[in-house]
Ligand binder design. Structure first.
Ligand SMILES: NC(=O)c1ccc[n+]([C@@H]2O[C@H](COP(=O)([O-])OP(=O)(O)OC[C@H]3O[C@@H](n4cnc5c(N)ncnc54)[C@H](O)[C@@H]3O)[C@@H](O)[C@H]2O)c1
Length: 324
């Protein structure tokens, strides 16, 4: 998709971080924007930003895990703009960090509910409407680099993102005959508010196995402040969409990066490869310990990535001070 002028773009999580960056970049490219977000304070901030701008922006308070509300939001878009969106940005996401083995059902339900379930709800709600409209369209989904590898401290998140990456390839093939393109962005760190994910965690899913408190949230604000600027990221995503690239990897040599990801998977398939990969992992950890990443400063002091108090059976022999 090269021409964005006049197209309606529905952006989940559009009021903060990566989604807000997309709202800015794609409104400047001529899109009419729908910002759908669960947080009223984020919606208010986004509204204030667009107040004096020329762009046509419509705001909807939406929890993407609520299927009925999602259908209502889709009806509202059709009413306001006379048809379904031509571009769907599945951007909203949350995360939570702690030892995989300490994860509760609720940790999975919360993180996978938004990161995977929310994307599924977006696809099931909008894809048939987009097809029936008969117009060319685009699905632009935000996954994560986390979906390309397992991580011992964010298992539900990594699993959800891996599933999203896979799902987007399925839809890429399925939607070709309808002239609907698909791109899936896999970023590393972004400068956003995702460290505040626990603020929107539903009460019925409050039971967590992870240590989450003001200190860990403060650490995450520090951690994510080193990430890429959301507007810059949205510009990279826009290029990927213009070039109709399925996996948009926002690093300088995306193919080389992906070969590294695949090599790790290949190594894990044989005993010799396992040894090779374990050596590589060890080396990487030593390297990380030798050159501590400022992003991780204060992680241990804050108790970030630890099990919640009382889970005495969690050994947690993971190396400190590194993201793993
Ligand atoms: N921040 C990072 O380093 C990073 C890295 C890779 C991928 N991502 C992905 O980027 C996407 C955007 O996150 P972000 O980093 O911009 O975080 P963010 O918190 O700044 O923005 C996410 C927005 O989504 C909204 N949201 C959360 N749950 C929702 C729900 N159930 N329904 C509707 N809206 C909801 C939040 O209110 C927030 O406004 C996510 O999918 C995230 O997984 C982030």
């Amino acid at each position: 998709m090269k021409d964005f002028n006049g197209k309606v773009a529905f952006i989940t999580g559009g009021a903060s971080g990566a989604g807000f960056g997309q709202a800015k970049v794609f409104s400047e490219a001529g899109c009419k924007i729908v910002i759908a977000d669960i947080r009223q304070d984020h919606l208010d901030e986004a509204k204030a930003y667009f107040k004096d701008k020329k762009a046509q922006v419509h705001f909807i308070k939406l929890d993407i895990t609520d299927r009925k509300a999602y259908t209502k939001a889709a009806d509202e878009v059709e009413k306001v703009f006379g048809g379904p969106p031509q571009i769907l940005f599945n951007t909203a996401g949350v995360n939570a960090f702690g030892p995989a083995e300490a994860s509760t059902f609720e940790d999975y339900d919360f993180v996978m509910g938004v990161c995977l379930g929310g994307v599924v709800n977006g696809m099931v709600t909008f894809v048939p409407r987009m097809i029936k409209s008969g117009r060319p369209g685009y699905i632009a989904t935000v996954a994560s680099m986390g979906g390309l590898m397992g991580a011992s401290r964010c298992a539900p998140y990594s699993a959800a993102k891996a599933a999203v990456i896979n799902l987007m390839e399925s839809y890429y093939q399925a939607l070709k005959p309808y002239n609907i393109g698909v791109s899936c962005l896999c970023p590393g760190g972004i400068k956003t508010n995702i460290g505040e994910s626990s603020y929107t965690r539903p009460k019925n899913l409050a039971n967590t196995g992870y240590n989450t408190n003001e200190k860990t949230i403060e650490f995450m604000a520090h951690h994510y402040s080193f990430g890429i600027d959301p507007v810059e990221l949205a510009q990279i995503f826009k290029k990927g969409i213009e070039n109709e690239v399925l996996f948009v990897i926002p690093f300088s040599e995306p193919d080389k990066f992906m070969k590294g990801v695949m090599e790790r998977m290949v190594n894990y398939t044989t005993p010799e490869g396992m040894k090779r990969q374990e050596e590589l992992n060890k080396k990487m950890m030593e390297e990380r310990k030798k050159n501590p990443n400022p992003m991780m400063e204060g992680a241990d002091e804050a108790g970030w990535g630890q099990a919640r108090e009382g889970l005495t059976w969690v050994k947690d022999g993971r190396p400190k001070g590194v993201f793993n």
